[in-house]
Design a protein around this ligand. Structure first.
Ligand SMILES: [Zn+2]
Length: 145
């Protein structure tokens, strides 16, 4: 079954989910590592509607995707959550592309990035199936190498 499930998930809840799973220690400046509290909201990205922070200490600009495999992408938080969910559930790229209303190639490229990151961390593990391994995969996706 294919339907535009992206309409059913709230962007803010999705952003919170990403923060929790990709930045388990909280968002901070990628350069000087100071907490997000020590930054100010600089602007909002257009397509993905993310708050862009500017560090008050070193002036570095960053957002929720900085340092993750989604850095520089235009994906909305909702699409990111659904991609991760789909990969975990073993959905085909074609199904995912339809659900996310993104083109096949875009989804395939991102899927490969997420999986390559997960494999770097766990070279001998097949696809994550337990809850803790799934959590680990999310955190791996949150640490771009
Ligand atoms: Zn900084």
């Amino acid at each position: 079954m294919e339907f535009p499930i992206t309409e059913l998930l709230d962007e803010e809840e999705s952003a919170e989910w990403i923060l929790e799973h990709f930045h388990p220690k909280g968002l901070n400046c990628p350069k000087c590592k100071r907490d997000v509290e020590q930054s100010r909201k600089f602007r909002r990205t257009q397509t993905s509607a993310l708050d862009v922070q500017r560090c008050k200490h070193c002036g570095t600009i960053y957002n929720l995707y900085t340092g993750t495999v989604f850095q520089g992408s235009q994906w909305t938080p909702r699409q990111v959550v659904l991609l991760m969910r789909g990969i975990c559930k073993g959905e085909t790229t074609r199904e995912l592309a339809a659900e996310l209303e993104l083109n096949y190639k875009t989804v395939l490229t991102m899927r490969h990035r997420v999986q390559a990151n997960a494999e770097l961390e766990q070279p001998n593990t097949a696809f994550p199936d337990s809850h803790s391994e799934t959590d680990e995969m999310f955190q791996n996706a949150g640490e771009k190498r």
